[in-house]
Design a protein around this ligand. Structure first.
Ligand SMILES: [Zn+2]
Ligand SMILES: [Zn+2]
Length: 228
């Protein structure tokens, strides 16, 4: 037995952050199967749909600025609990777990659609950045950045307006609040992937999509950790 195996044998097994049972990683297999999302979703905005449909009514009447939306999870209770531990309790093992899961999903997306020219994480305001210390979406992209050649572009788009927390607002108020929040320098990408942690109404990502399309990007898709 080599030194590495001996050391590994000595280490206590982790416990699952959701149920506290022992686990290989920070989420045990059983909790992981509860997180796995197999819902039929709108091809355009990733909202849950009854089976057989491809688009939701709201995308049919008014398509978002992005072409397709992909989500890793549905925003279930246990998913919300995990995201909260990651974002507010700074449990980095969860960030690592999410980053691996997002990499797997990203690989299947590009397997189907081909590569993106760049990935653009939703930029935070400088106030929010100061509160949190860093943009956690960058942490989510860590394994994609490590294992692929895709450019993670964090400089072409800036947040120029600090917005109120959108969670307290309704859809119309969100749209007004987020309008003009981003500014982008000219970009000549043909396709980019916009990334955020949670998509609720999609107002922020839709505004970001509008901004990058105006800046010269031909088309964009969206990838989120969870879709509410
Ligand atoms: Zn568990
Ligand atoms: Zn839709």
């Amino acid at each position: 037995m080599g030194i590495y195996q001996r050391v590994v044998k000595l280490l206590p097994k982790q416990s699952c952050v959701l149920c506290l049972e022992s686990a290989e990683f920070c989420v045990c297999k059983q909790c992981e199967s509860g997180l796995t999302d197999t819902s039929n979703r709108c091809l355009s905005c990733a909202t849950k749909l009854s089976s057989g449909l491809s688009f939701c009514g709201s995308c049919l009447s008014h398509a978002p600025n992005f072409s397709r939306a992909y989500t890793l999870y549905d925003y279930s209770d246990s998913c919300a609990q995990l995201i909260k531990k990651f974002k507010f309790d700074h449990q980095l093992c969860i960030g690592d777990y999410f980053a691996h899961q997002l990499f797997d999903l990203y690989t299947s997306i590009i397997g189907e659609k081909g590569d993106y020219n760049a990935i653009i994480p939703l930029p935070l305001s400088s106030k929010r950045l100061k509160e949190r210390g860093y943009n956690q979406t960058h942490e989510l992209l860590r394994i994609i950045a490590k294992n692929t050649n895709v450019l993670i572009d964090i400089s072409s788009v800036k947040r120029i307006k600090a917005t109120k927390p959108l969670s307290s607002l309704n859809l119309e108020e969100r749209k007004v609040e987020i309008k003009g929040a981003f500014s982008a320098q000219p970009m000549n990408y043909s396709n980019v992937l916009l990334v955020d942690d949670i998509m609720t109404t999609g107002s922020s990502l839709n505004e970001l999509a509008k901004t990058v399309l105006k800046a010269g990007v031909e088309s964009c898709d969206v990838l989120t950790l969870a879709r509410a």
